[in-house]
Design a protein around this ligand. Structure first.
Ligand code: AMP
Length: 176
């Protein structure tokens, strides 16, 4: 594939002051709309986790669903949604968290994972780390065999990585 990582980086649109002043919003839709770039992103992330024995990919609502479900297919794994409050219909675990802009809560079905699962948690972007930490806390309740975390984009200057438990391997394709 003749795509470069710099092309992928440049394809992400920056929107200043969205959804509120001071936030540099990284719009990943401009990367995903290009078929060659989308394919490159999926194959790079799939290759990174191909030997890890992933049995379930978790996508965090809602932009984490986009690559998350495709990665599940590529890795021959199941797909599990972690959702915003009130969306999942069956019995749930819930975990509150702080956002770069505001606060919220995440939920997962109590029958989503088994102890022998090796889980890849995916979200589009790591900012402060509040969202993914809530997701990790939810997954830990199941006593799964392994947890990996992946982001398409990581905002290095917010140092979200420092808030994530050091025992959880984290890898991001693009850094700003
Ligand atoms: P955080 O919990 O601070 O790591 O925020 C990560 C979540 O919020 C992800 O689900 C992102 O989609 C979203 N998010 C936070 N900051 C940004 C940003 N600057 N640009 C795009 N999405 C963001």
């Amino acid at each position: 594939m003749d795509i470069t990582i710099e092309q992928v980086r440049n394809s992400i649109r920056n929107i200043p002051d969205f959804p509120k002043e001071g936030i540099q919003f990284k719009d990943v839709s401009t990367a995903f709309k290009d078929k060659r770039i989308f394919k490159y992103i999926v194959s790079e992330i799939r290759n990174h986790y191909a030997g890890c024995g992933i049995t379930k990919v978790i996508g965090i609502e809602s932009r984490g669903f986009i690559l998350g479900s495709t990665l599940a297919g590529e890795l021959h794994a199941g797909f599990i949604p972690i959702r915003k409050p009130g969306k999942l219909p069956a019995e749930i675990y819930a975990q509150a968290y702080d956002l770069e802009y505001g606060s919220d809560s995440l939920e997962i079905h109590t029958d989503a994972l088994e102890k022998d699962d090796i889980v890849l948690i995916h979200d589009d972007l790591l900012a402060t780390g509040g969202t993914v930490n809530a997701a990790i806390d939810l997954v830990k309740r199941f006593g799964v065999s392994g947890i990996y975390v992946n982001f398409f984009v990581e905002l290095d200057f917010l140092k979200g990585i420092e808030r994530i438990n050091k025992e959880v391997p984290v890898w991001s394709l693009i850094h700003f």
